[in-house]
Design a protein around this ligand. Structure first.
Ligand SMILES: C[S@@+](CC[C@H](N)C(=O)[O-])C[C@H]1O[C@@H](n2cnc3c(N)ncnc32)[C@H](O)[C@@H]1O
Length: 280
């Protein structure tokens, strides 16, 4: 088991450096996590049930939530949004639904920057019986991957542009805003905005925000999103960062830690790779 864990880690760790021509660098950065994920899925049937074993997270901590009917129902709605594509990231989705439940109790609307197919946000809306809650959910995405103009030199060196292109080609990123709108048409108070973060954020007309999920896989627009919404976050509001400490997301980690110093934020690193900030 330990050997399998080490193998997965070394394959999945995007920091691994290889002496390859430039065009191959994107391959080393793009494929490893998906390969690790595939390997993890292959090994899964051999792993005893007491292990949580997916999404670069292996633990024997209690994870009975995976059997909880309410959670399964919410995750199932996420799967419906993605057309059955399963990223096997149940603990991350579980965390997002928990955070969303806390935010449902306080004043303010919900925002997700980086929606893709709408997996996580659909799970949240299913669980909260969205239209009965009386809150708006703003769902923002370019539906065109990352904005190359916003990528830092370091991100470019690490292959962010090639990774984004690969994600679009392979269907990991959804390129259809219409598809996303169709998914959310079930709920009256869901608003899909197609545009670049942060330029399009003024289309969010809510003045109070209780929940902000940031998942753009790119440092600059992620931090700009928080700066934009900071003054609108209500007392007790949560900001959930999808990739703060995620395996290989070293530039996001460094960028967010720098922003935390400047903006006086206290980020909780979660074992799922997510980061959590509460505003008071
Ligand atoms: C990892 S996916 C989001 C996954 C989604 N949050 C979920 O949990 O299912 C990242 C998304 O961010 C979008 N994106 C990246 N940079 C962006 C930007 N500057 N503005 C708008 N969307 C962007 C991409 O198009 C992609 O769909």
């Amino acid at each position: 088991m330990v050997a399998a864990q080490q193998l997965l880690w070394s394959i999945g760790h995007s920091e691994t450096k290889f002496a390859l021509p430039k065009y191959c660098i994107s391959a080393t950065l793009s494929f490893p996590m998906s390969l690790a994920d595939k390997l993890q899925q292959l090994l899964k049937p051999m792993v005893p049930k007491r292990f949580y074993f997916e999404d670069a997270l292996i633990t024997t901590h209690n994870h009975s939530f995976v059997e909880d009917p309410q959670f399964r129902n919410a995750y199932g709605r996420g799967l419906k949004a993605s057309g059955g594509k399963d990223w096997n990231n149940r603990w991350r989705v579980y965390t997002a639904t928990w955070v969303a439940r806390q935010c449902a109790k306080i004043e303010g609307d919900f925002v997700e920057c980086g929606v893709n197919y709408g997996f996580t946000s659909s799970a949240i809306m299913q669980q909260l019986d969205w239209d009965k809650l009386g809150k708006h959910f703003w769902l923002i995405d370019s539906f065109a991957g990352i904005d190359v103009k916003q990528a830092t030199e370091e991100e470019k060196q690490q292959g962010i542009v090639e990774r984004s292109e690969f994600s679009k080609r392979s269907g990991f990123y959804n390129s259809s805003a219409e598809r996303c709108r169709a998914n959310f048409s079930e709920w009256k108070m869901a608003h899909v905005i197609q545009g670049w973060v942060p330029d399009c954020l003024d289309q969010v007309t809510s003045s109070k925000i209780a929940f902000l999920h940031i998942d753009l896989n790119a440092v600059t627009p992620e931090i700009e999103a928080l700066k934009y919404f900071r003054s609108k976050l209500t007392r007790g509001a949560f900001v959930l960062l999808d990739d703060y400490g995620y395996s290989g997301a070293t530039l996001q980690f460094a960028g967010w830690n720098q922003a935390a110093k400047e903006l006086n934020l206290d980020i909780l690193a979660l074992p799922t790779g997510q980061g959590l900030i509460q505003f008071s």
